[in-house]
Design a protein around this ligand. Structure first.
Ligand SMILES: [Zn+2]
Length: 302
C-alpha cells in the first residue's frame, strides 16, 4: 500500500491521556477482533446479550441523540499539526482522510451531506461517548459521539495474535469502523437497533448483517483506491494488499475468535459473522465497487 500524509487532520490523539471513570459498556459497532472477553464455560452468550443491551441503551438511553450537522474537526481534541515523524498517527490520519473523502463524494453524489468525523487514537483506556474504551475492547465506532476509537496496540494484536499483519489489514480495520459511521449517517444503525429491540431473538442475526455490511463498505472503499490510484492519501494498493484485508476480515470472524479463545464454536452467539462471511462481504464490496453490492439485509444467504 502506498500512501502519503494528509494536510487535513481528522484524528484525535489521546495516546497516553488515560480514561478515568468507571466501567463502561462496550461501544457499538466493534470490529469483533478485540474484546475477546475469554469467558470459560459458555459465558459468551451472556456477554453478547449484555453487549446488545448496552448497544440498545447507547442508542436509546438518556437522550443520547447524535448531534446533527456533523462534527467538523474535533472540538477540544483537535491537534494543530501532526508530527511528521509520528508514522502511526500519520498513517491513521491518512487512511481516515482517504476513507472520509471517498464517502463524502459518495454522499454528495446522491445529494446527501456526509458528517465528517475523527478517529480517536488512544492507549490503555479512554472515556468515549459509549463508555470506557480499553485495549481489550478492540476498535469500535461509537454512535453517541460519532467517532471511531482505535487503540494503537490493536494493530500489533492483529498481526501477532490474529495473524493478519500488514498496513492494508490495518486500513481495512479503519475502513470497517467508518463503514459503521456511514450506516449511522444513513439511518441503518437506528433501524437495526429498533428491530433488535422489537425482536430480541433476531438481534444477533441483525448484528451480523450490520457488521458484514461494514465489511462490504470497507471493500467498496478499497475498490476506489484500486480503481483510481494517486487520487488521494491512500495512493495505491496491490493484490497483496487486498489479500491482507481479506485475511484480516477472516481473522476477526466469530468462528476464528471463538476457536482461539475457547476452543469451541457457538454459532448462536455470533454477532459479526464467520471468517468466510466476513472475507466474502469485503470481497463483494471490492468487486462491486458500490454500496449496491452491500445489501446484506436483503441477502437470503450471507
Ligand atoms: Zn463492526
Amino acid at each position: 500500500m502506498r500512501w502519503r500524509p494528509s494536510g487535513s487532520i481528522q484524528v484525535e490523539d489521546r495516546r497516553g491521556a488515560g480514561g478515568g471513570g468507571g466501567l463502561g459498556g462496550l461501544g457499538m459497532g466493534g470490529l469483533g477482533g478485540g474484546g475477546i472477553p475469554i469467558p470459560v464455560g459458555g459465558g459468551i452468550g451472556g456477554i453478547v446479550l449484555l453487549i446488545i443491551i448496552v448497544v440498545v441503551l447507547n442508542l436509546f438511553g438518556g437522550g443520547g441523540t447524535v448531534p446533527s450537522g456533523g462534527l467538523q474537526g474535533a472540538p477540544g481534541g483537535a491537534i494543530a499539526s501532526l508530527d511528521p515523524k509520528d508514522n502511526e498517527l500519520q498513517f491513521v490520519n491518512a487512511v481516515t482522510v482517504d476513507v472520509q473523502t471517498f464517502w463524502g463524494e459518495q454522499f454528495s453524489a446522491t445529494g446527501k451531506d456526509y458528517p465528517e468525523t475523527v478517529t480517536v487514537l488512544f492507549t490503555d483506556q479512554y472515556q468515549s461517548g459509549c463508555g470506557v474504551a480499553s485495549s481489550s475492547t478492540g476498535p469500535f465506532y461509537c454512535p453517541n459521539d460519532q467517532k471511531v476509537y482505535l487503540d494503537t496496540a490493536f494493530f500489533d494484536e492483529l498481526s501477532n495474535r490474529f495473524g493478519a499483519p500488514g498496513d492494508f489489514a490495518q486500513a481495512y480495520v479503519i475502513a470497517h469502523e467508518f463503514g459503521h459511521h456511514v450506516q449511522d449517517a444513513l439511518g441503518t444503525m437506528d433501524q437495526v437497533a429498533t428491530q433488535q429491540q422489537s425482536d430480541p431473538n433476531s438481534a444477533n442475526e441483525l448484528s451480523i448483517r450490520l457488521e458484514l455490511q461494514a465489511d462490504c463498505y470497507a471493500g467498496v472503499w478499497a475498490h476506489s483506491v484500486w480503481a483510481s490510484p494517486d487520487q488521494a492519501n491512500v495512493e495505491s494498493i496491490t493484490d497483496a494488499d487486498v489479500k491482507e484485508a481479506i485475511d484480516a476480515a477472516a481473522a476477526v470472524g466469530d468462528d476464528r475468535i471463538q476457536e482461539q479463545a475457547t476452543g469451541t464454536i457457538d454459532k448462536e452467539s455470533w454477532t459479526h459473522g464467520s471468517a468466510a462471511q466476513r472475507s466474502t462481504w469485503f470481497t463483494n464490496g471490492f468487486h462491486g465497487g458500490t454500496t449496491d453490492s452491500c445489501d446484506t439485509f436483503a441477502a437470503s444467504t450471507l
